[in-house]
Structures are given as C-alpha cells and as structure tokens.
Design a protein around this ligand. Structure first.
Ligand SMILES: Cc1cc2nc3c(=O)[nH]c(=O)nc-3n(C[C@H](O)[C@H](O)[C@H](O)COP(=O)(O)O)c2cc1C
Length: 199
C-alpha cells in the first residue's frame, strides 16, 4: 500500500489545503498501518512549468538528449513514478483566481505523458493509471460548490478520469475568507467530510 500526498498550495506554512490533506493522510495511515507514505510538497520543491525548453526535451529521443534535457525530463519522470506507485493519492488543491494553482497544473503537466500514463487506441483515449483511489481537498475563500463557477472539480474529475483514475472523492473547505466564523465553519465542515469519506 502506497499513499502519495501532493501539496499544491503556494504556501509552505499555514495552508488550509495542506493541513486538511495532512488530516486525510493521517486517517489513511491509521487505517493502513504498513502503508508507505510519500509527500510531494510542490511549494517546497516547485515543479518547473511546461515551457519550450521542457517540450523540446520531452520530444527529443532519450538517447539524443543533452544532459540538461535529460535532467529536465527526469524531474517529470520522478513525479510519474510516484503516481504510478501510489495506490491512494491525497491532493491539497487551493483555488487561485477561479482555477487550480500553477503548482498543481505543473504536476498535472508532468504526469500526463502519452504511452506512459495514457494512450490513444482506435476506441479513444485510455488512462494507464488504474486501480487508484484519489482524495482531493478543495479550499476556497468563497462558495462555489455545485455552481457553474466551480471550474476546479469538473476539470480535476476529467483529468483524473483521462489518466484512468475514476475513484475520486472531493472534500470541500469553502468560505475560508468569510470571516473567522466562516473560516472555522469551513474547516469543521471539511473535517466532517473527511471523517465521512474515511469511516
Ligand atoms: C492568489 C490568490 C488567489 C485566490 N483566488 C481565489 C478565488 O478565485 N476564489 C476564492 O474563493 N478564493 C480565492 N483565494 C482564497 C484561497 O482559495 C484560500 O485562501 C485558500 O485557503 C488557499 O489555499 P491554502 O490555504 O491551501 O493556501 C485566493 C487566494 C490567493 C492567495
């Protein structure tokens, strides 16, 4: 049993999504005492964005890459290996400007690789990261759940399904910017969702 936690807040300290993801992982580790736990904190170790240099490296055959290109591809390879090995993924996902953080997008860009984590067949795309459970903790200053402005949840659901991960549970901490009481309510509510999801 391998548990992989991805922190995608820009904050190293004081992040609600990280705190709540920690609580999900702690609960899972109580339930799976022998589990191997891997933490990928994208605020501490930022994944570089998918720029032209990265694309050139990725599309150069492995035996023709420069040392710099090989090093850039190796950064993505490491994240792919972690995702492949994971049985359970726990993801802290803050909302920034109506979307996911660039930290999380860079992770998504890193692990999406044709023939490795997905492939196209005559019947359409096939995800190659199968038999995994995913918990996503969504943290927001405002309220978006079940409204058209919740662009994150459908996007992440589609993305995970594309890679073969269809068993995805979303935990919401919403209204975190709506005063101290709103913040406390958001956290308590998210904690109740964690308990219910992992009962
Ligand atoms: C740069 C930035 C942009 C944000 N944009 C939004 C937003 O569009 N909608 C929203 O509800 N909250 C927004 N927030 C509030 C965050 O979602 C909230 O503070 C959340 O707790 C951040 O996650 P974290 O605590 O894990 O860092 C934003 C916060 C920051 C710092």
């Amino acid at each position: 049993m391998n548990i992989l936690q991805i922190n995608s807040s820009a904050r190293v300290a004081g992040s609600h999504s990280t705190n709540l993801a920690n609580q999900v992982s702690a609960r899972l580790r109580e339930q799976h005492k022998d589990a191997n736990f891997v933490l990928r904190d994208l605020a501490v170790t930022p994944q570089p964005s998918l720029d032209e240099t990265a694309l050139q490296a990725l599309f150069t055959p492995a035996d023709q890459r420069t040392p710099e290109q090989a090093a850039r591809v190796a950064l993505d390879d490491a994240l792919i290996a972690e995702a492949q090995a994971a049985d359970i993924l726990v993801i802290g996902a803050p909302m920034y400007n109506f979307g996911i953080s660039s930290q999380l997008k860079n992770w998504i860009d890193a692990i999406s690789r044709a023939q490795v984590t997905f492939r196209y067949t005559a019947n359409g795309p096939e995800g190659l990261l199968k038999n995994k459970r995913v918990y996503v903790v969504l943290t927001r200053g405002g309220l978006y759940r079940n409204t058209p402005n919740d662009t994150q949840m459908p996007y992440l659901k589609n993305f995970f399904a594309f890679l073969g991960m269809t068993d995805v549970e979303f935990i919401y901490a919403e209204g975190l910017a709506m005063g101290p009481e709103g913040e406390q309510r958001a956290i308590s509510d998210a904690q109740a969702q964690i308990e219910a999801a992992l009962a």
